[in-house]
Design a protein around this ligand. Structure first.
Ligand SMILES: *[C@@H]1O[C@H](CO)[C@@H](O)[C@H](O)[C@H]1NC(C)=O
Length: 642
């Protein structure tokens, strides 16, 4: 499927307006390629990425290196390596695909081909050794399919292909073994028995370490290449063999063996757990809405009647009203503009934009647009959606701001597309500087940064302005009750209704709803596993929205009952706390699953975690805020006041 088919017209127009900048980001389709026998099949190399080290199953680094990074001394193709064109999202997510010297010809077995001999000095040997110790792996692509290793899942007993294969491993004698020979097993499939239409449907590489003393013969029985501490210099010859195996797997299902559900039960278990919590919460909110509120209103209206008819009233009735009628007493203040309405409206505007973007992304994923065969499609779709949906951000922000009688509307229009994206970009840029300093290939190239900034300025900001303009032109959202001139005094709140305890309680539940999927997403980000359980993710996202809305509404109700009418910021911040929990969870993950040596790795890990948590905070906060707004409008509009 071609990405072009789904790219919105606005983006296409903009892409056409900037041909020089974007021509480097050709978006390749994933149509099948058929080869004739003996035709060359390209083997491309991606950057070296850290995966969990086998000795302790922990991640020791988050910094990727280019395959041709000088100290690695890997063999280059004649005339030097060339960049393979990639999508914008693919570049953003760290792919740096280059050509390689490996010669693969369809259906031609090669038993031993010598590549080159590389001379390592003390510094480069120490570097290679440190990468092997940190569990770095090769990431090769044959016809777009990642070369992997066969792995058996101990839990379910099934085998699957895990992309990437080890650069070497630690030996018991204190040093490391360095893999310099690669047995490449390529599976091919004949299209409907036609011997001239062959397709690549599987790639597995078995690396091994062979210390050649004379000829490069690939024979078994060579000693392994052992790099010990303080090794001064070494010459390493690289070699490979290629074996072509006929397979019955058709091209359409060639990715299936990479898609492995680790522990499927836990997803269901968690989903059902969350669903039960959702049902309980929603029933509670409904009972408040339907029963208490109705009863309250009836009683309140009756009280009004009695007060008018019979000024003496009945004390019993008033006593009954006293306990749960707090929310009605603040009817003259509940629609008072919150403090800092500008900031609030910008945050909830950006949150609404993120909310819609995440929803669309998950739906696209469900429709199969984000299949791993479509490299980098997640990044590309995210960028396209967040650009185009700048419209929603502007609209939500300006309508909110207008509803709270904000008068700095120019500032609102200008800051909405700048504040949150600016923070994201600034953090991203700072982290990129760290990667640059480490000479990592993960650093996003300057030209890519430039493209993103131009897309942002040329498309996102104008769209946001249009949204803001429409939002300000729209009729002001009227409060159902009149706001008094003089603000009512807020009695001090106690117990769980205080700001911090309420945030801690409210934030926990939405976090709980996505906790398990978060765990799998994190292991796919940091351990380069393929995440594709989008069905679960879709359900979890839905449950998270409902939980977030329901629990914030409950808090706002109790807050109003305690005669505290500062619900706007409280609802936003309480729901936003779930992002705080995500950050805590990332830190916990850092302690238990990751063991980063050195400050840059930790800074990068914490930086990216903080960025994602911040965005989730805004998203959840705006769910909390908008649902509370709906709830407050609902209950006060059913109230009859003079
Ligand atoms: C290549 O070698 C493998 C393993 O020895 C063998 O199974 C396969 O049939 C060979 N393929 C061809 C095309 O000769």
């Amino acid at each position: 499927m071609y990405f072009k088919d789904v790219a919105p017209p606005a983006l296409l127009a903009a892409l056409m307006a900037m041909p020089q900048l974007t021509s480097a980001f050709y978006l390749p389709g994933v149509a099948p390629t058929s080869y004739k026998p003996e035709a060359r099949v390209a083997l491309n190399v991606n950057s070296m990425k850290p995966v969990a080290a086998p000795q302790d199953a922990r991640l020791h680094s988050v910094v990727a290196y280019d395959y041709y990074y000088e100290p690695l001394r890997f063999c280059q193709p004649e005339g030097g390596p060339k960049d393979v064109s990639e999508s914008l999202g693919s570049i953003l997510f760290g792919d740096r695909i280059k050509t390689s010297p490996f010669e693969l010809n369809m259906k031609v077995n090669e038993t031993c081909k010598s590549l080159c001999a590389a001379e390592y000095d003390e510094g480069s040997l120490a570097f290679v050794k440190s990468l092997i110790e940190k569990g770095y792996s090769f990431n090769w692509l044959v016809d777009g399919l990642p070369a992997g290793q066969q792995i058996q899942d101990k839990l379910t007993g099934t085998t699957f292909t895990s992309p990437g294969f080890q650069m070497g491993h630690e030996s018991n004698a204190g040093g490391v073994l360095f893999n310099n020979h690669y047995d490449i097993w390529v599976e091919y499939h004949e299209v409907s028995g036609n011997a001239n239409q062959l397709r690549v449907v599987g790639v597995v590489v078995q690396p091994s370490s062979k210390k050649y003393t004379g000829q490069v013969d690939c024979a078994d029985g060579h000693d392994p290449i052992f790099i010990s501490e303080n090794e001064k210099s070494m010459s390493v010859s690289f070699s490979y063999s290629v074996y072509w195996i006929e397979s019955s797997t058709p091209w359409a299902t060639r990715w299936d063996k990479y898609l492995h559900v680790f522990d499927p039960k836990i997803h269901w278990f968690w989903l059902i757990d969350t669903a039960i919590i959702v049902v309980i919460l929603v029933l509670t909110v409904m009972s408040i809405l339907v029963r208490t509120v109705k009863k309250d209103i009836q009683r309140y209206n009756r009280l009004d009647q009695i007060n008018l008819d019979d000024l003496s009233g009945t004390s019993a009735l008033e006593d009954g009203v006293q306990e749960d009628s707090g929310w009605k007493l603040v009817h003259g203040d509940v629609f008072r503009a919150p403090p800092k309405p500008l900031l609030l409206s910008i945050l909830v505007g950006s949150g609404a934009q993120l909310f819609v973007m995440t929803g669309f992304t998950i739906v696209f994923a469900l429709l199969g647009f984000l299949s791993p065969s479509n490299r980098g499609s997640l990044g590309t779709i995210t960028i396209v959606l967040s650009t185009v949906l700048g419209f929603i951000g502007g609209y939500a922000s300006s309508r909110t701001y207008k509803a709270w009688q904000g008068d700095q509307w120019k500032l609102n229009i200008a800051l909405t597309p700048i504040l949150v994206p600016g923070i994201v970009f600034a953090v991203f840029f700072l982290l990129d500087l760290f990667l640059w300093a480490k000479a990592s290939s993960g650093a996003v190239p300057f030209t890519t940064m430039l493209v993103i900034v131009s897309i942002w300025f040329v498309i996102s900001i104008p769209l946001s302005f249009v949204g803001s303009w429409l939002g300000f032109r729209a009729k002001q959202i009227e409060a159902p009750v009149r706001t008094n001139q003089i603000p009512r005094q807020i009695p001090p709140v106690s117990g769980y209704l205080r700001p911090v305890p309420s945030m801690l309680i409210v934030g926990l539940l939405p976090f709980g709803a996505i906790f398990v999927e978060l765990y799998f997403i994190m292991s796919s980000i940091w351990f380069s596993r393929i995440y594709y359980m989008f069905g679960f993710l879709f359900l979890c996202y839905g449950l998270m929205i409902v939980v977030c809305a329901a629990v914030t509404i409950l808090m706002v109700y109790f807050l109003l009952c305690a005669e505290n009418y500062n619900w706007q910021w409280r609802s936003f911040l309480a729901a936003a706390m779930s992002g705080g929990y995500i950050f805590l969870n990332c830190i916990l993950y850092l302690v238990t699953k990751v063991q980063l040596s050195g400050l840059p790795g930790a800074v990068l890990y914490i930086g990216y975690s903080a960025l994602i948590s911040f965005l989730f905070s805004i998203l959840a906060g705006s769910i909390g805020y908008f649902s509370s707004w709906w709830f407050v409008t609902k209950i006060y509009s059913s109230l009859k006041i003079d």
